[in-house]
Each structure stands twice: as structure tokens, then as C-alpha cells.
Ligand binder design. Structure first.
Ligand code: NAD
Length: 500
């Protein structure tokens, strides 16, 4: 599909993208995709006011009816999956399969949220007082601010939006300035669903277009009780304290530094495939990308050469070509960061296979790279920083406890995995003194989570949880009520307090 056909399929007239102040370029070849009009302080203020007003109405719509809106959004996404997937590929450089996978993830979370709309359960709690009942109810909380990153330009929004909408909240979405067309398109699909829904309040969802300064307006505004922010740890360091300063709630989904331990009993073919997808897929630009592996000495000389062979065979190229497995990095800055990280490793005596820029015919403006395997020397320290590029640091280990320690010995705590057929090692990895990450997998890799589980990580990953399980609770406020249906007024803890 061509750009204009894709845009039209998604309800965007290409002429709309000629005069905005923010230029969006394709990482495929650097071509200009469009110019989008940015918000200013006044328009952001008006959108927040509108979302506040819409919330007052939306919260009173019964939750299963709110679910109907999300069901319609799921239908729109199904009908436009191919076009939205292709736009994600054009704008963030994912291969076609992964662009489509991203939209499928949006559809999946819509299905989940529709079911959830009839399951926003509270509790009934036994009261210590006779003739009393206690209950806990979940109420809508208010407008939810969503700040999203370039690498999942639409799925992360859907994780938040589908849940927040059934929870009775309105939405304010500040997408990455690098992927504005995908955001515009996804929002148009929500608008189409809203039109079919009929009686939703005006301004229930707004897009806020701009750079981080524009996004920052959401952080300080007490009308926005929840900020869900996905991006780098550097961003979270700003967002977290600012939202906390006004006692707002933040859901932070930040950087990862994910490792896999490959033990002596591992199925090495499975491990090889999982590491390849985790480290090389999406050109190493997933928060859950595999960045470090700890390989037991007894299997090192079988696994690592087979990985190198697989790396040689990986097809790098235009992500629109169905044979391509690795598309471009997002931009020149990402390429420089990769070069710098490789130079640092070289300075520390590491052996590097791959790396460097690759020229792709017809797409010379894109930053294509050879994914790199970096064999660390025995004495090498852990790698503590996330470089958002396909670099896999390989360490050898002899002692399981040491590998586990090194898995955890980084500031981030998002995803982790172990390949083993030894039940003791597997259980130990997911036990209380095992991996300290939000995600700890056995015999599958670090990337490619399903929406049914809660998604997120600890430490500098920010501690937030999104998507499945009971993540919805972060989008609601909890109320505890004690109902007295007796004719007496006993005080809790047996306290006597009266003048009679
Ligand atoms: P980024 O931090 O540069 O930007 C993310 C978003 O935050 C953008 O919309 C940006 O405009 C906004 N932003 C940045 N600074 C801000 C500020 N001070 N105030 C308000 N808004 C601000 O990240 P990126 O380069 O787009 O994405 C890559 C990063 O995102 C990686 O670190 C990756 O690990 C992380 N990520 C994490 C998850 C997760 O779920 N944990 C998912 C996807 C990406």
C-alpha cells in the first residue's frame, strides 16, 4: 500500500499533513511523511477542560455500555488492521509482521477490556460490628494522561485507552513526536467508533500533539489525576517527581536491560531462536529486547557459534519487504548511541561480531545496522545501561547463583528469562529470591508479552503495570464504605465515646 492509500483507509486526508509545524520522517529512507499541527498551551488547556467535563458524564454511563464503545473500537481496528500496521511500519520502521502484530495487540486489549467492563469487581468485607457491612467499590477517577514512546506508537496507547475507557475515564494522549501519523490514525479509528456509539460526551478523548514541553503541561495539572507515561528512564525521572509533587498518580513504564540465562540443561535450539528474536527483532528497539545473556561454560561453545551463524543469515533491509527480518533504527541519534556503546565495549577488550551501518538500495537515508554480538571478557563487569539498538552482550558463567545475581545486578527490572529443563533452576528463577524483574519467563524469551498478564517492571523501569490482570485498578479510585443497618452506633475497636 502507498502512503496516501494507507492514510485514506485510516480516515486521514493527506492534504491535512502539509502545513503543520512538526515534520515526521520515515526511518525507512528519511522521506518526509507529513507535517502535523502542534498544540500550544491554550489548546492543551482547552482539551484538559473538555476531558474534565466529558469525564463527569462518562463516569455515569454504566460500565458494560462503556465496554460497547471499546468493542466498536476493536471492530474498527479489525477492519483497518492492514493499513494501521503498514503505517506503523512506515513511521517507526518495524517489519510488516511486527506492525500487524502491534495492531493485533490493540485488538486483543479491546477484547479483554470489553469483558472487563462487566468485571470491575469490588469486595464485601466482614465488619467487626453487629448490623454493619463493609464494602469496597471502584469508581472512575478522572481524565487519564497517556504519554507514549515511538517504539510502540499505537499499542501502548490502546493498553491504556481500552482500560481507562471501560473504567469510566476520559483520555488525553500525548504520543511520541516521532510517530504522530500512527497516533492520528489510531485516534481517528476511536473517533469512528465514537460516531457509531452515538451518545458519548464530546471531548472524551483528545490527542495532544507536541514535544516534551507540550507533554509537560499534563504533568502539573491537578485536573489530570493519572499520568501513564511510557518511555526512557530519563523521561520517568522528570515525570514521576512532578506528578508526585501534586499527589497525582503515575504509571511509569520505562527502560529495560533484559537478560536470559542459558543453563547446562537448556534446549539450545529453543534458546537460540528466543535470543535471536529477542535481541534482533524490532532492531533491538523493544523495552523487552534481550540485551544480555549469561551462558553456562558447558554450552557456550555450542550456543554462541550457532547464534553468530543466525546473525549472519538475518535479512536486513526495507521493512516493507516481506523477507526482511531487521528494519532500520529510528534515526541517526540511535545509530550514534549504538556506535558509542560498541566502542566502549571494544575499549574494555570485548570481542564484537557485527555492528556498523548497512547500505540498503533505495533506502540510503535510513539508518540500517548489522546487529552486534559482543562477547565480554571473563572479568567484564555487567552492562548497566540500556542502548536502544540491537546489541547483545554475552557473558560466560559457571555458577548459577552468580548468573542469577548478575541478572539482577542492573538498575532496571523489566523482563528476564531462563532456559533450563532443571525444575530446581526454573522454580528458583521465579521464586522470591530469584529474578527481581516484573517479567520472569521460563523457556521463552524476554520479549513478546501477551496482553492477559500485567505488564511492567521494577526499579528504574518505574514500577507501573499496564494491560491485563488487575492493572485496571490503577485507572480507578477505591472507596471503602461501612453501612450500618442496625439501630445502634458501636464504635470500631470497642471504643466508648458519649456524654450520656
Ligand atoms: P522518550 O523518553 O524519549 O519519549 C517517550 C515519550 O515521553 C515521548 O512522547 C516524549 O515526548 C515524552 N517525554 C519525554 N520527556 C518528557 C518530559 N520531560 N515531560 C513530558 N513528556 C516527555 O522515549 P522513546 O525514545 O520514545 O522510547 C524509547 C524508550 O521507551 C526506551 O527506553 C524503552 O525501553 C522505553 N519503553 C518502555 C516500555 C515499557 O513498557 N516499559 C515500552 C516501550 C518503550
Amino acid at each position: 500500500m502507498k502512503r496516501d492509500d494507507i492514510l485514506k483507509d485510516l480516515g486521514i486526508n493527506p492534504a491535512e499533513l502539509q502545513e503543520g509545524s512538526i515534520a515526521v520522517h520515515s526511518p525507512i529512507d528519511g522521506a518526509l511523511l507529513g507535517k502535523v499541527k502542534a498544540d500550544d498551551a491554550a489548546s492543551v488547556d482547552a482539551k484538559i477542560a473538555q476531558a474534565t467535563k466529558a469525564f463527569q458524564e462518562w463516569r455515569q454511563v454504566p460500565a458494560p455500555r462503556r465496554g460497547e464503545l471499546v468493542r466498536l473500537l476493536g471492530e474498527e481496528l479489525r477492519a483497518h488492521k492492514e493499513a494501521l500496521g503498514a503505517l506503523v511500519t512506515l513511521e517507526c520502521g518495524k517489519i510488516v509482521q511486527e506492525g500487524l502484530g502491534e495492531v493485533q495487540e490493540m485488538i486483543d486489549i479491546c477484547d479483554f477490556a470489553v469483558g472487563l467492563s462487566r468485571q470491575l469487581y469490588g469486595l464485601t468485607i466482614a465488619s467487626e460490628r453487629p448490623g454493619h457491612r463493609m464494602m469496597e467499590t471502584w469508581h472512575p477517577i478522572g481524565p487519564v494522561g497517556i504519554i507514549s514512546a515511538f517504539n510502540f506508537p499505537v499499542a501502548v496507547w490502546a493498553w491504556n485507552a481500552a482500560l481507562a475507557l471501560v473504567c469510566g475515564d476520559s483520555l488525553l494522549w500525548k504520543p511520541s513526536e516521532k510517530t504522530l501519523l500512527s497516533a492520528l490514525a489510531a485516534h481517528r479509528l476511536l473517533e469512528a467508533a465514537l460516531a457509531r456509539f452515538g451518545d458519548a460526551p464530546k471531548g472524551l478523548s483528545s490527542l495532544i500533539v507536541g514535544n516534551r514541553k507540550v507533554g509537560a503541561a499534563l504533568l502539573d495539572d491537578p485536573r489530570v489525576p493519572v499520568i501513564s507515561a511510557t518511555g526512557s528512564t530519563a523521561m520517568g525521572r522528570v515525570v514521576g517527581p512532578r506528578v508526585a509533587a501534586r499527589f497525582g498518580r503515575s504509571i511509569l513504564e520505562l527502560g529495560g536491560n533484559n537478560a536470559i540465562i542459558v543453563t547446562p540443561s537448556a534446549d539450545l535450539e529453543m534458546a537460540r531462536r528466543a535470543i535471536l528474536f529477542g535481541a534482533v527483532g524490532t532492531c533491538g528497539q523493544r523495552c523487552t529486547s534481550t540485551r544480555r545473556i549469561f551462558v553456562h561454560s558447558s554450552v557456550y561453545d555450542r550456543l554462541v557459534p550457532s547464534l553468530k551463524t543466525a546473525y549472519e543469515r538475518v535479512r536486513i533491509g526495507n521493512p516493507l519487504d516481506p523477507d526482511t527480518l531487521v528494519g532500520p533504527l529510528i534515526d541517526g541519534r540511535a545509530f550514534e548511541a549504538m556506535e558509542q556503546a560498541l566502542q566502549q565495549a571494544r575499549d574494555h577488550g570485548a570481542r564484537i561480531h557485527g555492528g556498523g551501518r548497512v547500505s540498503v538500495a533505495g533506502a540510503e537515508g535510513g539508518y540500517y545496522v548489522k546487529p552486534a554480538i559482543v562477547e565480554m571478557t571473563d572479568a567484564a563487569d555487567n552492562v548497566r545501561e540500556e542502548t536502544f539498538a540491537p546489541i547483545l552482550y554475552v557473558f560466560r558463567y559457571d555458577d548459577f547463583e552468580d548468573a542469577l545475581h548478575r541478572n539482577n545486578d542492573v538498575p532496571q527490572g523489566l523482563s528476564s528469562a531462563i532456559f533450563t529443563t532443571d525444575m530446581r533452576e526454573a522454580e528458583r528463577f521465579v521464586a522470591v529470591n530469584g529474578s527481581d524483574c516484573g517479567i520472569a519467563n521460563v523457556n521463552i524469551g524476554t520479549s513478546g508479552a501477551e496482553i492477559g498478564g500485567a505488564f511492567g517492571g521494577e526499579k528504574e523501569t518505574g514500577g507501573g503495570r499496564e494491560s491485563g490482570s488487575d492493572s485496571w485498578k490503577a485507572y480507578m479510585r477505591r472507596q471503602t464504605s461501612t453501612i450500618n443497618y442496625s439501630r445502634a452506633l458501636p464504635l470500631a475497636q470497642g471504643i466508648k465515646f458519649d456524654t450520656e
